[in-house]
Write a protein that binds this ligand. Sequence first.
Ligand SMILES: C[S@@+](CC[C@H](N)C(=O)[O-])C[C@H]1O[C@@H](n2cnc3c(N)ncnc32)[C@H](O)[C@@H]1O
Length: 199
Amino acid sequence: MMESSNQVQNRVLSEKDWIDNWEKRKIGFHEADVHKLLIEFLDDMVNNRKQIKIFFPLCGKAVDMNWLAKMGHTIVGVDVSELGLKEFFEESNIPYVEEAVPGISGAKVFKSVSGNISLYCCNLFDLNETIVGKFDGIWDRGSMVAMNPIDRERYANAMISLMDKDCRYLLVTLEYNPKLHPGPPFYVPDAELEKLLGK
Ligand SMILES: C[S@@+](CC[C@H](N)C(=O)[O-])C[C@H]1O[C@@H](n2cnc3c(N)ncnc32)[C@H](O)[C@@H]1O
């Protein structure tokens, strides 16, 4: 009998593993150009609204953040890698300031001087609505699929808790035979997404 994808995908990466990946430049997930699916589906997320507030869970240094900020949207991201977040601002030539985060011990937030991009350096699970508020849109590329499978349900609930009532959530997944690759990115079957986020 074929093993379930959960049995095959039992790999667990720690915060330190991700921070080390950044330091060792193992960041093959980073793309130099704006994601083509974001371009294709942006209108579905924005839905005729102006200057919406968009969340980038597990943001890395995604260039998509600057692209959307330049359109007038407000961007909030989170990543455990300080290096990645600083590289985002430096490579985009965006001046930024660094502040402590009241309520999360040891966390920092890097904010563009213009105020429309705030990137939190901490574990996603340390953020909550009191700290970042709710969002009109979520762009999830390399985030749900990067989560350790054991944390997937907790992750989905965290996303739901940050969605405002008209929030639109774009999620990129990929399909492959999970027996052939340990992940991340992990294979998240459509049926599981439906179970986690369908409501
Ligand atoms: C696959 S990368 C995707 C980055 C980005 N979304 C992109 O499209 O380029 C996953 C990122 O999540 C970060 N990360 C992993 N687990 C995290 C967690 N629990 N909290 C915050 N960041 C995390 C890693 O440092 C890494 O930058």
